[in-house]
Write a protein of this length. Structure first.
Lengths: 367, 373
């Protein structure tokens, strides 16, 4: 039955579609006029042109101003990926510790952690970032570098860490062992053979070529050897980790508190010790409640890493902005920015959706 | 500390807290270590901020007292940090505008004032604040390029949320609509805006959007930034409203329709009030986030509270006192955010008292994780 209301709805939607199309057409026409006035044409051909700008921080990929803009964008993407990966791992680790400490029965310990969390949570991330960047730049030169731990140096050139050199085959075998472990369900009853073999191979390769730790040495005016994080990278990483771990600590605390009291009592009634209750009941249940929130926190850390542009760290946003300003192709560069971040967010959202569905199916979701 | 312990119910008495600090030998040891850490953090800060601080004078006085804070710098620059490039003789005007906005926010926070009058108060208050800031009618006109500091931060936040709210409600209703067009449009807007960083939205507003306007028409940069904040806020508010709408039982809508109310009337009088009430605490946490995130306009070169502090610390006569500037504005941000968060907690408790056993919405971040339908 098509009622009058349905017909009206179709009519209204048609009208709405028409208006939307008209507005979009109008904006597009204005844009083409503005671009024509500037002598620009839309298109991604500019990505092949030489960049003509320097990039301060490059990881994995070398870059010189003669390289193409496309390569510059990939360098920026790698930098964003580096900051995001390191940031997420460190933020989860710090946030976990802080969240668990906030559940301590000792009011003094709880209070100290809470004070730190509240200070970070109630001030803008950008303020923290600008402050840390300014502080790192104000450090003494390498000759008078601070060295809180042997092999770690803090100076106005940034943070210098010892480099760990691991044989290539060791890394390959360890990764293979991890992959085999994650696929154990598909490997049948003798699933343990593959990961065990990989682990043994990794051990042998580590014996053949033992992992070495190289500390940096001061030579002349700078450090040689080791890994150097530029002041911008160090500040960005520290600010992101501090900020996000404060939020993650709340997630961890909330998830543990959300485990129903009855489950703990039941474990106690079964004769489990306090530690067993925690390990076998509370943490597994809390982890399930935590995973989606940890993932959204990681996504927001990745989005927040775009603040790099404020302190001049060449992340994706910063390089796209530079490229857009230099070539005038800001529409295209913004499009790239939106597509990259959006696909990442949607990817995480769909993965979480599947995770939630999996929990609901297996009946292990709480509440 | 041994195994991470399970939470203990809070008691208010200080004495019992102290007793618990020293309940067992391990607890006592932990307490002593924590106290040591606290002293190691607080004492140097106190020595810097209070004991060795310079409270008045010029930059040279501060440099002579090398290891203390230079509050003289903050005193000297407070006008600039709070009000930006606004002409010094006219600073009472942004001061008044900020006071009007803060008063509006405070009134909005009091449940007794949640009536139609509040809307009228907002309309007239915003008009007054704009008039005072901008000038005209006997006051010298001050273009927005010279606006800055606290009034800009408060304006971006308050107007962003106030403007984003109706759009957010519309988007939430659109996303739950049975009709394909509103659902598609609303879903696309919400997911795209929430999927990208605020900086991307600001860049699009300031760099790309002006290209799409007829030639010769130029829009004020601050207005563009404000529009971007409104759009960004509307997407986040829409998700909060949607999670509230999901908690309203479908039979409410049916009951309203059965009573002969139209769809709009039922929404307006029955469903939306209930939905919005349940998600008020989420609104507050969104507000706290936006109060802090408006600082991102630093990146497009506008002068909010954070940028004025940064510029003040780059004054060649006062180089090296950035810590004081950041501590000063950090304290302002802290007070604003902490007050808002406390208010959110108070609202939550008040609601729990008024509607015991009511369904509580999932934390917003959980609904954030939900995939787009």
């Amino acid at each position: 039955m098509r009622s009058a209301a349905d017909r009206r709805a179709v009519l209204l939607q048609g009208l709405g579609l028409g208006v939307t199309a008209a507005v979009v057409w109008w904006l597009a026409r204005n844009t083409s006029v503005s671009l024509a006035q500037r002598g620009l044409t839309l298109g991604f051909a500019f990505l092949r042109h030489p960049a003509n700008f320097e990039i301060g921080d490059t990881w994995w990929l070398s870059f010189s101003p003669a390289d193409s803009i496309g390569r510059a964008i990939v360098v920026g993407l790698f930098n964003t990926a580096l900051v995001s990966a390191l940031g997420c791992v460190l933020a989860i680790a710090v946030g976990f510790v802080a969240g668990i400490l906030r559940l301590s029965p000792n009011p003094a310990l709880r209070g100290l952690v809470r004070a730190a969390v509240e200070i970070v949570r109630n001030t803008p991330l950008l303020l923290l970032l600008l402050f840390l960047a300014a502080s790192l730049h104000a450090l003494p030169p390498p000759k008078q570098a601070l060295s809180p731990v042997r092999g770690v140096f803090l100076s106005d050139r940034g943070l210098v860490l010892p480099a760990v050199a691991i044989g290539r085959w060791t890394i390959v075998f360890v990764l293979a062992a991890v992959v085999a472990l994650t696929l154990r369900r598909r490997l049948g009853t003798r699933w343990w053979i593959a990961p065990a073999a990989c682990a043994a191979a990794a051990f042998v390769s580590a014996l053949v070529r033992p992992p070495a730790i190289a500390t940096a040495q001061l030579e002349g005016f700078n450090f040689v050897g080791g890994v150097t994080l530029s002041p911008e990278l160090a500040a960005l990483l520290a600010a992101l980790v501090l900020h996000q771990s404060a939020h993650i600590s709340e997630v961890v605390r909330g998830a543990v508190l959300a485990v129903p009291r009855g489950q703990r009592d039941a474990a106690g009634a079964l004769g489990m010790s306090r530690w067993q209750t925690l390990r076998l009941v509370v943490i597994p249940v809390a982890l399930r409640a935590m995973v989606p929130l940890l993932a959204t926190n990681c996504v927001s850390l990745i989005k927040n890493s775009s603040l790099a542009v404020a302190i001049g760290f060449p992340d994706l946003v910063s390089i796209l902005n530079t490229a857009g300003n230099q070539t005038g192709h800001s529409i295209e560069t913004m499009l790239i920015m939106i597509v990259v971040y959006l696909s990442l967010s949607l990817l995480v959202a769909s993965a979480l959706g599947r995770y939630n569905a999996h929990l609901l199916r297996s009946g292990t979701a709480i509440s | 500390m041994s195994a991470p312990a399970l939470p203990v119910t809070h008691t208010s008495s200080v004495a019992s807290a102290i007793r618990r600090c020293f309940a067992t030998p391990v607890a006592a040891a932990v307490t002593v270590i924590v106290a040591g850490i606290a002293v190691a953090i607080v004492v140097p800060i106190a020595r810097w901020a209070l004991v060795h601080a310079t409270w008045s004078g010029a930059a040279d006085d501060c440099r002579r007292a090398a290891n203390g804070a230079c509050w003289a710098f903050v005193g000297h620059k407070a006008g600039f940090i709070l009000f930006g490039l606004y002409p010094a003789a006219q600073r009472w005007r942004p001061g008044l505008a900020a006071a009007v906005l803060v008063a509006l926010v405070v009134c909005t926070a009091i449940p007794r004032y949640w009536t139609g009058w509040l809307l009228a108060a907002w309309a007239s208050g915003l008009a007054l604040a704009f008039l005072v800031m901008h000038g005209g009618i006997g006051l010298t006109v001050v273009p927005t390029q010279q606006w800055g500091g606290l009034p800009v931060t408060i304006m971006l936040t308050a107007l962003g949320l106030a403007g984003g709210f109706p759009i957010g409600v519309a988007l939430a209703l659109g996303r739950r609509s049975r009709r394909p067009l509103p659902r598609a449009v609303a879903t696309a807007i919400v997911e795209v805006v929430r999927g990208v960083p605020l900086i991307a939205v600001l860049y699009v507003a300031v760099l790309v959007f002006p290209l799409a306007l007829p030639t010769g028409l130029s829009v004020d940069k601050l207005a563009l930034a404000q529009a971007a904040v409104i759009v960004f806020a509307s997407a986040y508010l829409a998700e909060a409203v949607r999670s509230g709408l999901q908690l309203v039982p479908a039979r409410r809508l049916d009951a309203g329709l059965a009573l002969g109310l139209g769809w709009w009337q039922t929404m307006q009088r029955i469903v939306l009030p209930e939905a919005l009430r349940t998600v008020l605490p989420s609104f507050i946490s969104i507000a706290v986030g936006f109060f802090q995130d408006t600082s991102l306009i630093v990146i497009i070169g506008l002068f909010d509270l954070l940028n004025t502090a940064r510029s003040a610390s780059q004054d060649p006569n006062w180089l090296g006192f950035y810590t004081e500037a950041f501590v000063f504005v950090g304290a302002i941000y802290f007070c604003g955010s902490a007050a808002l968060s406390r208010y959110g907690l108070w609202l939550e408790r008040r609601m729990a008292r008024a509607h015991p056993g009511a369904r509580v919405p999932l934390p917003l971040s959980l609904t954030v994780a939900a995939p787009p339908e």
